[in-house]
Design a protein around this ligand. Structure first.
Ligand code: CLF
Ligand code: SF4
Length: 475
């Protein structure tokens, strides 16, 4: 998307949001629940702020091939499964190529606010490439936030370096705090030139992760913890993991579902270990949510992901393509785009507050699916959705609880019946699906499946609450 396209999308979104706000005439904004200084640090980070993920994009650069542990949900032919979708292979880059790519994308997608290194192996098992990349990007594009994701084994050795380079966001994948559970997840760990197995291996990893987490807190680096939910192995245990990491200062917990397709050739895939279904995942996230923020909008993206979290633009920027592109990084233009996004966000906040005034009667919670291209607006046709965002609505709050990936229904002018069946299966626990437009055939089939098709083009909050109100009065 060019800067111009983005600006027009922004103003279109802004107009929609402002219009919605004006209709009810309310001007108050939603109060922030976290410390304003902290809020500022996460404000434009699409992973650390759920609200930001509707507006800001991230990019990953695949500069880190080696790994120092083995996870049973990972096949080394593919990218690190701790922060990416299993079965995906990224093109490896040198730090110089990675910095070039960052500058190209910063020009083409000015709402890209974060550069992350998350693989294809473990970034801290490749410290030279990882830190060189961050150095080059920080020198040439100072407004891009730097983000690192690691299994934590080598983290205690690099916290100082992380601080020095102003890497303000670090993710550690922590799947256990009990080495006995760890033996079922990690067959080995390579540490201090030795390969450790069994409980010793899990013990080393656990101690290093805890030490790293503590050191990040002391250094005032924001830390998110990712955990892979593996039913029957660590699902119940993750409640304890959540408590421990919270007590040690983690800012955000992201519990992701295990993906274990046999064709990915992972140990879990080949032994028939299943992943959780959306209901199980939500139940665990709900039971862990306590005082700590829970991330529910993770898309388990690739080690070379580019774009908003719900979109994958990596194929527009393959190595062959981006090396031929001239970087058009322009700080001034990027700031203008940021300001226009800020206006949209303000307008959305006003619209949200206005909805809060208009809807004050809580009722039974229902799930609603929404198709959106981002910006907090229902602005996508049903047939163009590659995912549906799922909201839990109770008449007052419209809470984002996750997403469901689907195959595209509209295939160049006609709809695929089999695809429609799969889409309906993916959202059949929802009372309604709201899209900018829904064709007659899907409307009929959705109704038959008990999912009400609703057309609308406005803020997600407004359409969801209006539908909820209609639902209540029709009962
Ligand atoms: Fe990348 Fe990770 Fe940084 Fe985000 S991803 S390194 S924190 S910029 Fe985000 Fe992607 Fe989920 Fe990761 S959606 S897989 S949590
Ligand atoms: Fe694979 Fe990442 Fe685990 Fe290493 S840390 S084995 S790359 S999932």
């Amino acid at each position: 998307m060019s800067p111009t396209t983005h600006t027009s999308l922004a103003s279109e979104t802004e107009t929609q949001a402002k219009k919605a706000a004006q209709k009810c005439g309310c001007s108050s904004t939603t109060p922030q629940q976290i410390d304003p200084k902290l809020q500022e640090r996460i404000e434009n980070h699409p992973c650390y702020s759920e609200e930001a993920h509707h507006h800001f994009a991230r990019m990953h650069v695949a500069v880190a091939p080696a790994c120092n542990i083995q996870c049973n949900f990972c096949n080394r032919k593919y990218d690190c499964a701790n922060e990416s979708r299993p079965g995906v292979v990224s093109e490896l880059l040198t730090p110089e190529e990675a910095a070039h790519k960052a500058l190209v994308i910063a020009g083409k997608i000015p709402q890209m606010s974060v550069l992350g290194i998350a693989g294809p192996g473990d970034p801290l098992a490749n410290p030279k490439q990882t830190f060189r990349t961050f150095e080059l990007v920080a020198e040439q594009a100072p407004d891009i936030k730097l983000c690192l994701s690691t299994n934590g084994l080598m983290l205690p050795d690099y916290v100082e370096k992380i601080k020095e380079l102003n890497i303000d966001h670090v993710t550690i994948t922590i799947n256990m705090v009990d080495p006995k559970v760890g033996t079922k997840i990690y067959p080995w760990v390579r540490y201090q030139r030795k390969r450790w197995k069994g409980e010793e291996a899990a013990q080393i990893l656990h101690e290093r992760q805890m030490e790293g987490l503590q050191a990040l807190q002391e250094a005032d680096v924001l830390c998110k913890v990712n955990s892979v939910m593996i039913p029957g192995i660590n699902d119940e245990h993750l409640v304890e993991v959540d408590e421990v990491i919270r007590s040690k200062g983690a800012f955000l917990h992201n519990i992701m579902p295990l993906i274990s397709a046999p064709e990915h050739g992972t140990y879990f895939g080949l032994t028939g270990q299943r992943g959780p279904n959306p209901k199980e995942l939500k139940a665990l996230q709900d039971s862990c949510s306590g005082n700590m923020k829970m991330m529910r909008h993770c898309r388990q993206c690739r080690a070379d992901a580019v774009g908003l979290l719900g979109e994958d633009r990596s194929q527009e920027f393959t190595k062959q393509k981006f090396l031929e592109m001239t970087p058009e990084y322009n700080l001034e233009k990027r700031q203008e785009v940021r300001e226009s996004i800020q206006q949209v966000r303000e307008a959305l906040k006003v619209a949200k507050a206005q909805q809060a005034t208009a809807h004050q009667k809580r009722g039974e919670k229902v799930l609603i699916a929404v198709s959106t291209k981002g910006g907090g607006i229902v602005n996508q046709h049903f047939g163009h959705a590659k995912e549906f965002q799922i909201f839990e609505v109770d008449g007052v709050d419209v809470k984002f609880i996750g997403h469901r990936k689907v195959d595209l229904y509209c295939q160049g002018g006609y709809g695929e019946a089999a695809t429609l069946d799969n889409i309906i299966a993916a959202i059949k626990d929802c009372k309604a699906v709201i899209s900018a437009k829904i064709g007659d055939c899907p409307q009929e089939m959705l109704r038959e499946a008990g999912v009400e098709p609703v057309e609308g083009y406005d803020t997600i909050d407004k359409l969801a609450l209006t539908y909820y109100e209609q639902l209540q009065t029709s009962h």
